[in-house]
Design a protein around this ligand. Structure first.
Ligand code: PLP
Length: 426
């Protein structure tokens, strides 16, 4: 049974019926699937690199043609003029993450933005110098945090508090996170968690964590690389100080594309915050007077440094339009069913073949399930690839499978489980 009371069945007919009743099924046609022997592959790595929306190419070509025909005039005269181009993404991005338009901006890339946010929101003092993060955080986040700590003259060994699961457990307990904040809150300058955790698929209770951290005077930031386009977010109401994410995973913006940033409204006009500044964060009315003094745009846009890469934004627009049409609440509903169906089918495989390490509680996860295989997972992945299944592998023994609700179907999930079943009986 799913959390919404759907009684799952392990049959192709059932999977096809779920697809026929899926109000979002048409969005699949908006994407280009890599082919395997002429057929769409079973693509379950939207958590790593989302598929290309059909409209991405025409949107990029439009910008290329405008550049060809208009040269520098394209800044104003392009069909979508380049000067304010990033604003085309603002409202959609705000709706995606549950923020006010003032609170979001699309710029730079994820690790860069994480550093920029820490420049503003990690201000260690002798009494309050620590950063609380997951021991199992994504490596780039670990490097960024440690280098920020060192940059301020503090010591990563002493000043980074790392959350670890209890012995014998794979994921963190919310109560343990909150207890750590209660115990060390006075020494913590910044609580910085990934959401969803990239390796385990665990989603954290952002509201409870944010409340606890703020009660103790800590700043709070979330890395939503695996959360944007996956979790139902309401960043404004939840209230973290900042959040960052990338747009090439669930958001389908294309390889290495731009990241997104949320800065809470309470900081929109806070000029006392330290910040690294650049001309694209300067007041738009006076930017081209080229004066020497920085006059910040209020809100997240004030953190922009450079004029943005138009071709990448063009591709991202194609996907963001689809998210806006589908809406996150509807995507989340479908995602719950898709991932619940995957879980249901995996639980029926021969005992001992695979273990799901992602939390079983749908509220503590997004789309992806992390699977631990007892024998030769790397070989298994090779076999899956040869059969047209695209998943990814994280050393030493985890395969991640992420049905993305915007383009994956119940039939994809059913077929994936069928391929696994064949190997379970090898
Ligand atoms: C994917 C991912 C990154 C990658 O960072 P880039 O700067 O986009 O290369 C960083 N952190 C997390 C948590 C991620 O999931």
């Amino acid at each position: 049974m799913s959390s919404e009371g759907v009684r799952f069945e392990a049959s192709e007919e059932f999977a096809r019926r779920m697809d026929a009743e899926d109000p979002l099924r048409h969005f699949r046609d908006e994407f280009l699937f890599p082919l395997h022997h002429g057929e769409q592959s079973i693509y379950l790595v939207g958590n790593s690199l989302g598929l290309q929306p059909r409209k991405a190419k025409p949107y990029v070509v439009e910008a290329l043609e405008d550049w060809e025909k208009l040269g520098v005039e394209g800044h104003f005269a392009a069909r979508h003029s380049w000067m304010p181009y990033h604003e085309l993404l603002t409202e959609q991005t705000a709706r995606l993450v549950g923020a006010q338009p003032l609170e979001v901006v699309v710029m730079n890339t994820l690790s860069v933005n994480l550093h920029l946010m820490m420049v503003s929101f990690y201000q260690p003092t002798r009494e309050r110098s620590k950063i609380l993060m997951e021991a199992g955080a994504f490596p780039s986040d670990q490097y960024a945090v440690a280098s920020q700590v060192r940059f301020h003259g503090y010591s990563p060994e002493r000043d980074i508090l790392r959350l670890t699961p209890r012995p014998g457990e794979e994921t963190l307990r919310t109560e343990d996170i909150l207890e750590t904040i209660e115990r060390h809150g006075r020494e913590i300058a910044l609580v910085m968690l990934g959401n969803v955790n990239y390796l385990t698929g665990q989603a954290f209770d952002m509201a409870a964590i944010t409340r606890a951290a703020h009660r103790h005077g800590c700043r709070v930031g979330f890395d939503l690389a695996h959360g944007a386009g996956n979790l139902l977010l309401s960043l404004h109401d939840t209230g973290p100080d900042f959040a960052v994410w990338c747009s090439y995973k669930y958001l389908n913006g294309g390889p290495g594309t731009l990241g997104g940033v949320f800065v809470h409204e309470r900081h929109a006009r806070n000029n006392a915050l330290p910040r690294f500044e650049g001309w694209w964060g300067h007041n738009k009315q006076t930017r081209f007077q080229m004066g020497p003094d920085f006059d910040s745009i209020p809100g997240a846009e004030g953190w922009q440094l450079s004029n943005p890469p138009i071709f990448q934004m063009a591709a991202l627009r194609a996907s963001m339009e689809l998210f806006d049409r589908a809406t996150m609440p509807a995507l989340r509903r479908k995602s719950d069913l898709l991932t619940g169906y995957l879980e249901f089918l995996l639980d029926r495989l021969p005992p001992g073949f695979v273990r799901i390490i992602t939390p079983r509680d749908p509220k503590q996860r997004g789309a992806h399930l992390s699977l631990r295989f007892s024998k030769e997972p790397r070989k298994l992945l090779e076999k899956l690839t040869a059969q047209g299944v695209v998943c990814d592998f994280r050393s030493p023994d985890i395969i991640r499978a992420a049905p993305a609700p915007l383009y994956n179907s119940f039939l994809d999930v059913y077929r994936f489980a069928g391929v696994l079943e064949g190997h379970a009986r090898d």
